[in-house]
Design a protein around this ligand. Sequence first.
Ligand code: CO
Length: 169
Amino acid sequence: MSVLTIVKYPNPILKKKLKPVNNFDFKLKSIVKDMFETMYTYNGIGLAANQVGIDLSIVVIDISKVEKKTIPLALINPKIIFYSKEKEIAEEGCLSFPGYYDEVQRSKHLEILYYDINGRQQKLQVEGLLSRVLQHEVDHINGINFIQRMSLKKQAKFYILYKLGKYKF
Ligand code: CO
């Protein structure tokens, strides 16, 4: 296992729609292990493959530090098939934007389809923090970062501060 280097904003791979995984082999298992190790090393609760420079639709999540009863999840080719109209606002951060936190509005509930590490299709209905983290990570897989989900005012603030050199990721 190895800790991988985190790709930071504005690296172009963060804007890429990632390729689907077709082979559920030992190589995939090894990438997933490395992604978990990297996420834990940097104290993240979610990580998408482009954040470690890999062009494959893979997400790892572990929110058990916050919600004790949950287990770590590896999601291959995840697709959100339902977003609730009911929304919630909360602060988010991102390992590709270290030190930057701001509020993002997300759907409270969602339904997601994905493949597990063994290639079996799974469907989950989630809410709360897991719903938020899944939306954040599936956005990464589709080349969208959390700044793009903020209000226009917050986006403007980010881009101005970034241009002024306040953030060096
Ligand atoms: Co992120």
